[in-house]
Design a protein around this ligand. Sequence first.
Ligand SMILES: [Cu+2]
Length: 435
Amino acid sequence: MPLTRRQWLALAAAPAFADLSRADITLRIGEITADLGHGHSVKTLAYNGQIPGPVLRMNEGQTVAIDVVNDTRRPEMVHWHGFHIPPEVDGAHEEGTPMVQGLDRRRYSFTAQPSGTRWYHTHAMAGHDLRLGAYSGQFGMAIIAPRNDPARYDLEVPIMLHEWEPYFASDMRMDVAFKLFSVNGRILGAGEPVRVRNAQRVLFRMVNASATLGHRLALPGHVFTVVALDGNPVPTPRKVPVVDLSPGERVDALVEMTSPGVWILGEPDDRQRAAGAGIVVEYGGARGTPQWSPPPAHVWDYAAFGDSRPPAPADVRIPLVIEPGTDGNLWAINGKSYPRTDPILLHSGARNRLVFDNRSTMDHPVHLHRHTMEPVIVTCAGKPVSGVRKDVVLVPAQQTVEADVVANNPGPSLFHCHQQFHMDFGFMALMRYSG
Ligand SMILES: [Cu+2]
C-alpha cells in the first residue's frame, strides 16, 4: 500500500536508528483517573490506561520487542523484574538502561527468560513525591511460559496487591502510610469476583506490587499449596493457610476448590481488609455475603519449601552490613549510602555468598536485578536452606540472612531494598563482576 504524504514525512522524520518494525507489545505510560470502586478514585500514572497494566505473556526463549511510549513529561523507566536480561534493557538507569524521556518512546528487545511469574514496574525514583515510582499505578504481571508446561491446573488467576493515597505518617516525613488498598486495582467487593467452579484446581499467581508494605493473604475454607516463589518452582511444594509477600515478591499457589460458597481472598489485617485489601472468590451458583475468618497462626519460612540437602559451599563471602545512614540518608550499606556505596564485586562463575547483617529495626526485602539468589540461612537461628531461588529476599530486622548468587550474567546489576522509601534514601548499590 503506498504511503500518504503525511506517513512518508513521519517516516522521514524518524531518527535513523529507530526500529520501525512492529512491536510485540506496546506499553503507554499516561495519567489516568482510576476508579477503585465504592466511590473512590485516584489520579495516578498507569500502563495502557488500566491498573494493573496488561498481563504480558511470553514464551521462554522468545525474542520480544516492547515499545514503551511515555505520554508524560517526566523521564520514566520500565524494569523487567525477575528477567535475566542485559543491563541495557533491564530497566535501571544505574545499570545503563537509557531513560524513556518525557513525550518520547523507546524499544526494549530481549529474550524472555527464565520462565515463571515475573512482573514489570516503573524504576523511577519518587523521593518525597508520593505520586511517583512504586506509589503510582505503573505495574503489571508478565508470565513467561516454560518450554514444557505441565499446566496441572484448570484456571489461572493473577493477583496484584497495591495501595493508594499515600501520606507521610510522621512530621519527619520518614514513614509512609496509605488510606486505601486494592487487589487487581479495585478495593474489596468493588471489582468482578474471581469466578470458580467446584473441584477446580486454581493457580493463583500473587504479586506484592506495594511500594512499601509487606502483605499476607488467606482464603478461608481453603489451603494454598505453594509451588513457586518469585516465579521459580520450589523443591518441596507445601500446604500453608496463609502466604506472606514482601514488596516485590511473588507466590504461586495451587488451591483445590472444594468448599463451595462466596469467600474473601484477603489480607488478615482487619484494618487493611476494611480499606480494600481483598477480592471475592465466588463458586458457580453460590450466593450471599462473602465470608471471612482469620487464618490459623502460621510462621512463613522460605526454608519450608527447600531441599533436605545441605547448601553447596560458597566460593566467596561478601559481608553487607545494613544500618541507618548519615548526612540525610536513611540507609547505608557497609557504612555508605547510594550513590556513594562501594560497588559489590561478584566473582564470575563462582557461588558468591551475600551475608546480610541487618542491624536496623526494620525489615528489608532486598532485590537483585538480572540474577537469582538462593537463600541458605534465613534467620540467625534458622537451619540451612537449599534449592529455593528468589530475586527478592526478606532480611528481617536484627537478623542475619545469607543468600548465594551464581554470577552468570555479566554486566552491572542493581541491588537495592524493594521498599521504595528505603531505595530512594540510600539503600542501593551496583554489583559488578571482578575479572
Ligand atoms: Cu528496606
